[in-house]
Design a protein around this ligand. Structure first.
Ligand code: SF4
Length: 576
């Protein structure tokens, strides 16, 4: 079945920020860590945090130490004072957009105006907001509540950030009709507004809507209501296990969205389950092609082919007689190392890419066996080239495997901050990029009669920059899972925005090298052709940034596919 995934599905900025703050604190492991109330309304996330030692408490009681996180909804000022007096360290994860509403309430109520909040008075955010009103205060939910309000001279109205837009508009209209002097603030969060707008538009394009999120999450429930109002069959699920195949019988397209407190991995699980249901017009051929494509990408055959193409193109840049044996060696090596390292993964895979994690589990024997065969084949081939190539490749294989293996005995691991190379912050992208340079550029140098150093240096820089960008892009896609298991990558240290900015600079400097090389007669004109891979990666960055595609198999294939044009152009170059 075709699944249309809402671009706005999943964590909003405030929830993501709060999650990142809690996980960063949990990964520090310095004493007890609490959240003041459940961090978000999502049972699975709460369970996950509990497994990392994060405990949700409703009251500080007689606690005198430890760290306590104020969740994105915020708390009333008196509660904050109470927490401060306990001696606990406060980590404030109140969403900046909620802070703005709190400030509006404090400022206007101090000026003597009556506060009217449109929202659910039992909701944590509203409870927090109420604490900022310094004067008369009313919390109402719908336009029917307006008539029950007493006469008010000067008032102002704000909305709970996750309010339904239409409901708020109706309430405001009713308030304006009743009170002549009322100041209106539209405090509905943009993230909520866009999410609701997208659901309205999706309902016009699909046969049914699925909304993923906690049963207690008010913003998720509102998405369900909006979809139901359109008359479309709507299913509110917490996990993929709540989906019933029979509900989607005879349907062709289904829309999928998720509340602001739903993590990516849960959305992906539901997406995968829905995709697996046979659509009305889906032929066996289409199903087969889709499965084959998925197999090729998930099994690493796709990245191995991409490396083949890049290595083939680079061999022209190296001004080397093009032999297929080196691209083949590079591709066998990358296939084997990527596959084996997936199995040595720390566990982030389940959160980053549940689809791949399930695929790996299902096909583990086949994949491990083919990876071992690939290493043996690569070593045999390298031996036929020469002993130096063989020794170099053997060393690379050993390095590739020990990357994920503890180098320190388990009993003394606690004495060291890092026990594996993989645990060193930022090592994943760097190691992958260096390994690609080694197999694509350095390995073919052994046995070359004449090395053109200028073009070799250009090839090294270009391969490093392109593969580093590729790898860092995957780090961005996997940030949520990496943060959960405590892997420190560039996007986790610097943040997504800054990482994307850095990657754009990396690609622009790659373009400068590729253009400057032939102009300064440092490399052949084939250099220009490699620009296509840089451009393709830049395009992937834009696609991700603008959320044209959600992180998943298609975006992954698009990133890996960036190297295919270089191989095709190399073939064309050779032909003429
Ligand atoms: Fe902040 Fe908006 Fe998310 Fe609420 S919905 S936490 S206001 S970003």
């Amino acid at each position: 079945m075709k699944v249309k995934l809402a671009k706005t599905a999943g964590f909003c900025m405030g929830v993501r920020r709060a999650m990142e703050m809690v996980l960063a604190e949990a990964n520090k492991g310095k004493g007890e860590l609490f959240t003041f109330g459940p961090l978000i309304h999502n049972t699975q996330v709460i369970d996950l945090l509990a497994s990392k030692g994060v405990v949700s408490i409703q009251e500080p009681q007689d606690r005198k130490s430890g760290r306590i996180v104020i969740r994105a909804h915020g708390i009333p000022p008196e509660k904050r004072k109470e927490l401060k007096n306990t001696g606990m360290t406060i980590i404030d994860a109140t969403c900046p957009r909620v802070v703005r509403v709190q400030a509006i309430i404090r400022y206007n109520s101090r000026k003597g105006k009556t506060t009217i909040i449109v929202g659910d008075k039992k909701h944590a955010e509203v409870i927090g907001l109420m604490g900022f009103a310094e004067g008369p205060l009313y919390v109402i939910q719908s336009k029917s509540d307006v008539a029950a309000l007493p006469p008010i001279d000067h008032a102002f109205v704000v909305a709970q950030t996750t309010q339904n837009e239409e409901n708020y508009r109706e309430v405001v209209d009713a308030l304006k009709n009743r009170f002549s002097d009322i100041l209106v603030f539209n405090t509905i969060c943009g993230a909520t507004r866009h999410r609701q707008k997208e659901v309205r538009s999706l309902t016009k394009q699909v046969d049914a809507m699925v909304v993923v999120g906690g049963r207690h999450s008010s913003n998720t429930r509102r998405l369900v209501e909006i979809s139901q109002e359109s008359g479309l069959p709507t299913f509110h699920v917490e996990t993929e296990r709540d989906l019933k195949k029979s509900d989607f019988q005879g349907m062709q397209n289904v829309g999928l969205t998720a509340g602001a407190s739903t993590p990516n991995w849960m959305i992906k699980n539901v997406f995968r389950r829905l995709e697996g249901i046979r659509g009305r017009r889906e032929t066996s051929l289409v199903r087969w092609v889709r499965r084959a494509f998925k197999f090729v990408v998930l099994s690493n055959l796709f990245v191995a082919s991409a490396v083949f193409c890049l290595a083939y193109a680079v061999s022209i840049l190296l001004e080397k007689e093009t032999e297929l044996i080196f691209p083949l060696l590079a591709s066998l090596y990358v296939y084997a190392m990527h596959t084996l390292n997936r199995f040595l993964d720390k566990g982030a895979g389940i959160y980053n890419d549940p689809d791949r994690a399930a695929f790996l589990k299902r096909n583990r024997y086949l994949l491990i066996l083919t990876a071992v065969i690939a290493i043996v084949l690569a070593l045999v081939l390298s031996y036929t080239i020469g002993r130096t190539t063989f020794y170099a490749l053997t060393a690379l294989c050993i390095l590739g495997i020990i990357y994920s293996i503890p180098l320190v005995p388990e009993v003394i691991q606690h004495k060291f901050r890092y026990s594996k190379i993989k645990d060193i912050p930022g090592s994943r992208s760097l190691s992958e990029a260096l390994a690609w340079v080694a197999v694509i550029v350095v390995l073919p140098l052994f046995g070359m009669d004449r090395i053109v150093w200028s073009s070799t240096l250009i090839a090294m820089l270009v391969v490093f920059k392109l593969s580093y960008t590729r790898s860092a892009l995957f780090d961005i896609f996997q940030a949520q899972g990496d943060l959960i298991v405590g892997i420190e990558t560039l996007p986790i240290t610097l943040g997504e925005k800054r990482t994307i900015h850095i990657l754009k600079i990396v690609l622009l400097t790659t373009a400068a090298i590729l253009i400057g090389g032939p102009l300064l007669e440092l490399s052949s004109a084939f250099s220009y052709f490699l620009l296509v891979s840089g451009l393709a990666l830049y395009f992937c960055l834009i696609v991700y940034e603008t959320r044209w595609l959600y992180t998943g198999i298609t975006l992954e294939a698009l990133v890996e596919g960036s190297f295919f044009p270089a191989g095709i152009l190399a073939l064309v170059w050779q032909a003429f």
